[in-house]
Ligand binder design. Structure first.
Ligand code: HEM
Length: 298
């Protein structure tokens, strides 16, 4: 029976580490990945494989692709080619750090850790701007339908879009409270929706029901603080990458030339798409990559 990775549907824990790996030059990925299929995959964590890794191994995941080149946008939308993405979830950053170290050790013959960041809950699920993040997420009973592939050989798998946003809150704070609320389209004081906040408001750019077909996401973003930098590690799961992509295209003005007002205080500085394989009786199921990932010692 194929099941989703246990870290996808539940709300984030207080601490998290996002780890980015690249396949070492000339390395054979099968052995390192197979070690993940011989024991139960972390009860809290999520692992995603990039299109580069899947196709290099001769596998196929319908709908998995590289981050789009949005050269028709009103601003730069950078992305970074990594092969593996892992979200280690724990009750505190120290525990997440140690779980991540152990995983990196297991993968190190084939994968080099090339990026890492720490993220953690803020207040009551708030972005560092203090606005509540996740209000329009699906209810728990609807979340599997939004986040997971429902049928076929990849049932229980999920696509994840990941994007790091760096905030400059002084630009937001230079505005009146009313103007700040118009950036998001919601009132800070009670999270209520503003009826007509203008076309650039973030919730107007991303209003899930306004797309055809509707574009629903399970957002699981967390604030990060690192050195002088801070912002949001945007993470969303969906049964297809299309929902994120149509929203991002509208946010960056590809549809109508209007840039999301969120860019007035934050910039996207990297991004990536990954497929999160399902688990089968505990371990990750990588059978879509071919026999050598499932047969012990093959
Ligand atoms: C700096 C980065 C971002 C911040 C601070 C941010 C923050 C927020 C906030 C405060 C809300 C309103 C409350 C809620 O429904 O959660 C919201 C809504 C939403 N955001 Fe973002 N967001 C960011 C980036 C993105 C990106 C990159 C996407 C997708 C491409 C996105 C998709 C959505 C969606 C789908 C909603 C709900 C819209 C609806 O009402 O249906 N956000 N975001």
């Amino acid at each position: 029976m194929l099941q989703p990775q246990a870290g996808i549907l539940p709300a984030p824990l207080r601490g998290g580490r996002y780890l980015y790996y690249r396949l070492r030059y000339g390395a054979e990925a099968a052995g390192a990945l197979r070690s993940l299929t011989t024991e139960p995959w972390g009860a809290q964590d999520v692992l995603g494989l990039a299109a580069t890794l899947v196709t290099r191994r001769g596998g196929e995941v319908e709908g998995l692709r590289s981050f789009p080149d949005l050269s028709d946008s009103q601003t730069a939308v950078p992305w970074t080619p990594h092969d593996l993405w892992v979200w280690v979830r724990a009750d505190d950053i120290g525990a997440a750090m140690n779980l991540g170290r152990r995983l990196t050790e297991k993968l190190k013959a084939a994968f080099e850790l090339v990026g890492a960041s720490s993220a953690h809950l803020h207040g009551h699920d708030q972005d560092l701007s203090s606005y509540h993040d996740g209000t329009e997420n699906p209810e728990p009973d609807e979340a599997p339908g939004v986040a997971l592939i429902q049928s076929g050989p990849l049932q229980g798998g999920s696509f994840v879009a990941v994007q790091r946003w760096e905030h400059h809150l002084e630009h937001l704070e230079a505005k009146s409270q009313q103007e700040q609320d118009l950036v998001i389209g919601r009132r800070l004081v009670d999270d209520s929706e503003i009826e007509d906040p203008g076309a650039a408001a973030h919730i107007k750019r991303t209003e899930q029901e306004s797309f055809e077909p509707e574009a629903h996401l399970l957002r699981r973003s967390l604030p990060f603080v690192e050195g002088f930098a801070y912002g949001l590690e945007f993470v969303c799961f969906a049964s297809s990458l299309d929902a994120f992509e149509v929203q991002l295209r509208r946010m960056v003005g590809c549809e109508d030339g209007i840039l999301d007002a969120i860019f007035s205080f934050s910039s996207a500085i990297n991004g990536g798409y990954y497929f999160c394989p399902p688990v089968k009786e505990g371990p990750l199921d990588l059978s879509f990559l071919g026999a050598k990932f499932t047969e012990k010692g093959a």
